[in-house]
Each structure stands twice: as C-alpha cells, then as structure tokens.
Design a protein around this ligand. Structure first.
Ligand SMILES: [Zn+2]
Length: 404
C-alpha cells in the first residue's frame, strides 16, 4: 500500500492567453519535473464537483477530499469563520458578525462602528470565552467584520439574527426558528449581553467615545450556519491525513475533515510563498501520515490579478520545488491538479476542467507527453473531483473490493 500526496495548485487551470502567444500559463512554463511525471504517468481532466460547475476553493476542496459539497456545504457562516482562521469542528455553529455601535437604549446607530480598524483582533479575543459549557470564539476580519464560532452540546443553526440589518432599529433578540434552536437562542442572547458589557468597558471604546468616534460596543450576529457533521477522513479512508496550506480557509476545511494541520505559516497566497518548505513539510509529514493534501495558492492569485507571466513564474517555482517527490514512486502516489480554473483573461474562476496528473511506480502510462490543459486531451483520465480519492486509493492498492 502506498501513501498518497495530492498537490492542489489553486486556480491552476487557464485558457490560451494572447500575452503568452496563445498558450496557457502551464503550457508556456518551463516545467521539466511535471512533464517527466506526465510521460511516466497519466494525465487528463478533472471536473471540479461536476462538468461545467464554477466552484469556489471551499466547495472544490471538500469535493476533492470526497465530501459532496451539495450535502455538506452548509452555508457561508462556518466557511467564512474558517476563512478568518477559526478552526470549526463538526456540529459547531458559526455566524458572520459585525462590530457595531448602539446607544443606551440598544438602538443601532452605526452598523460598522465607524468602520473600525483599531485593535479589532484584541476586541475579538476579549469576546472569546466560555459561558455555561459553551465555548465562544471570535475572529476579526477586515474593518468591522468578524466571525463567531460556538462549540458545545446540542447546538442548532435554526436561530434568527441579532443584527437588525439597518440603523435606527433595536438590536434584535435572537429567536429559535423551531424547537431545536431554543437552547441555542437563549445562550446566544446571554452571550450578546455579556459581550456588550465587555465592549462598553474596553479602553478602545473609552478612547473612541472620548474622541467622538463610534464605539464598537456590540457584536451583531447574522447568518447562523452549522458546520457539517462529516465523517472523519481517517474513518472514511483508513488513512491518517495531513493538510499543508497557507490560506486559512483550506486549513479550516482540512481541520473539519480531521486532517492534521501541519503548515503554520501565514503566507496567505503571496507570490513569495515558500513552496520548498511546503514540500519539505510534506515529505516530513509522510513519516507518520498516509495522506497529505498540499495547497499552493499563488496560481489562483495570479489568475485573479490577470497576470499570466506571474502565473507562469509560480508554476515554474512549484515545478522546481516538487523535485523531492519525484523519486518516491515506490512509496507514494502523487497527484497534481487544481481545485478549479482561474483564467487570467477573465480574472475569475471558471467552470473549465482542470488538468490532472497522477504518477506512481507501475501505473499504466498513457499517451500524454506533457502536463497542461491542451495535452490533457491526449491523457487517459476524465474524472469528477468527487471520484479522485477512490481513483487514487485504487492506484495505491488501497481500494477495498466491491463485491465478491
Ligand atoms: Zn480564487
């Protein structure tokens, strides 16, 4: 049985680009390692989630790990919280939140607390505490934005917002939308009260009031969402898994699936991301893990920036970085792909399939000579992302027999 490494180059897929003489960034790039693997292995197309679906990184990573986003993608709350760096566990509930300003009678006078930028991470940490056996964790986002995750027994997302959604109205009491939400609503209302007392007294707000700025004296909650109760990766596949990613959202999804989060770096998709370090961490993680998911974010960033040459350069650095994985074919199956396409020409995700490369010793090599979106049409694989894990288990001699 071999171990499995899946390298996701975020937003890798692209289209012919006029700045690159009609080539895609992958085609244009110098990528000797990926091409060697393509000759020795298999390539083809992977359809993120399904043919023509234009996915986000969250839904596509869930799908690549074998969780159908159509049943486990439970709305934005938990995923936004993960995006802000909060680790969310199955069964937790999460909210999108705002720091806002209320007057003495509880009427909202500024839903954004003057677009506060001042020490919001500190305010968030003050609002992270336990109350009656429930754990509340807040992370600050850009300006007044934040997210709240609640952990504890029998939580329900069937609760209303405290955010009145407009100025001049009172902060709403959170109500249960059905019986399952009663306990959750009660604890959230108590939390909101306690949070308000903490914020009112905080020296950031004392200073803001003194200088005539809107104090961030309440946290408004909206869009309750429950983290999906997904089957842990280890149970599902009989493999101990690890996740190495710079961006919080991908780390959060890995954690939700029960993967060990290895990469501590906070390089959120910058062009300077250290691919070598991530590959070194991968090799290290393989000592005591059977599966490693690695995410390189910068290909997606270059796509969004509409910078084909930057995308080429990221691919070339990544190609160089994967060298240590090349000679591990006896021990590992290596898959390289994207989670979706982010064509530089449109600066957004698209529903185009992504190129997929799979190599392990003894695999049936196909006709592909290179690894790119055009050569992939000579390759042998056509697969939906939700079937990738099963395919990898099979070529790694890990698949269970179906039938007698
Ligand atoms: Zn993107």
């Amino acid at each position: 049985m071999k171990k499995i490494v899946v390298l996701i180059m975020d937003g890798l897929g692209d289209r012919p680009n006029s700045e690159l003489m009609g080539l895609t960034p992958l085609q244009y790039s110098f990528r000797p390692n990926m091409n060697t693997l393509a000759r020795k292995g298999q390539t083809g197309f992977m359809f993120p989630v399904s043919e023509g679906v234009c996915t986000g990184s969250d839904t596509s990573h869930l799908s690549i790990l074998g969780y159908d986003p159509r049943s486990v993608y439970t709305g934005r709350g938990p995923f936004e919280a993960m995006g802000l760096g909060l680790l969310v566990n199955p069964g937790d509930i999460a909210f999108r939140a705002n720091f806002a300003t209320v007057d003495a009678s509880g009427v909202v006078t500024d839903r954004r607390a003057g677009r506060i930028r001042e020490r919001t991470a500190e305010l968030a940490s003050e609002l992270s505490f336990e109350l009656d056996g429930y754990k509340f964790t807040v992370a600050a986002g850009v300006e007044h934005r934040a997210a709240l995750v609640v952990s504890g027994p029998d939580l329900s997302d069937r609760v209303s917002d405290s955010d009145p959604h407009e100025v001049g109205r009172k902060v709403k009491e959170i109500k249960a939308l059905d019986e399952s939400g009663e306990r959750t609503a009660e604890i959230l209302n108590r939390y909101t009260e306690r949070a308000r007392a903490i914020l009112e007294a905080h020296d950031v707000n004392v200073r803001r009031r003194a200088s005539g700025e809107s104090p961030a004296n309440i946290i408004l909650l909206r869009g309750a969402g429950k983290a999906p109760e997904i089957e842990p990766f280890a149970n599902k596949y009989g493999m101990k898994g690890a996740c190495i990613a710079g961006i919080p959202l991908i780390r959060g999804i890995g954690h939700l699936a029960g993967l060990d989060i290895i990469h501590k770096s906070e390089m959120t998709g910058s062009y300077n991301s250290d691919y070598r370090t991530k590959i070194r961490e991968t090799v290290h993680a393989l000592r005591d893990h059977d599966f490693v998911l690695v995410n390189f974010k910068a290909t997606d960033v270059a796509g969004h920036d509409g910078e084909p040459f930057k995308k080429v350069s990221v691919i070339e650095k990544a190609d160089e970085a994967i060298s240590p994985l090349l000679d591990l074919g006896e021990e590992i199956t290596l898959a390289i792909t994207g989670d979706h396409s982010t064509p530089c020409a449109i600066r957004e995700h698209s529903g185009d399939p992504v190129p997929l490369l799979i190599y392990t010793d003894g695999i049936r090599a196909d006709q592909s000579e290179k690894f790119d979106e055009i050569q992939a049409s000579h390759g042998s694989i056509r697969i939906r992302s939700g079937d990738l894990m099963q395919y990898l288990l099979s070529v790694s001699d890990r698949a269970e027999k179906y039938g007698a």
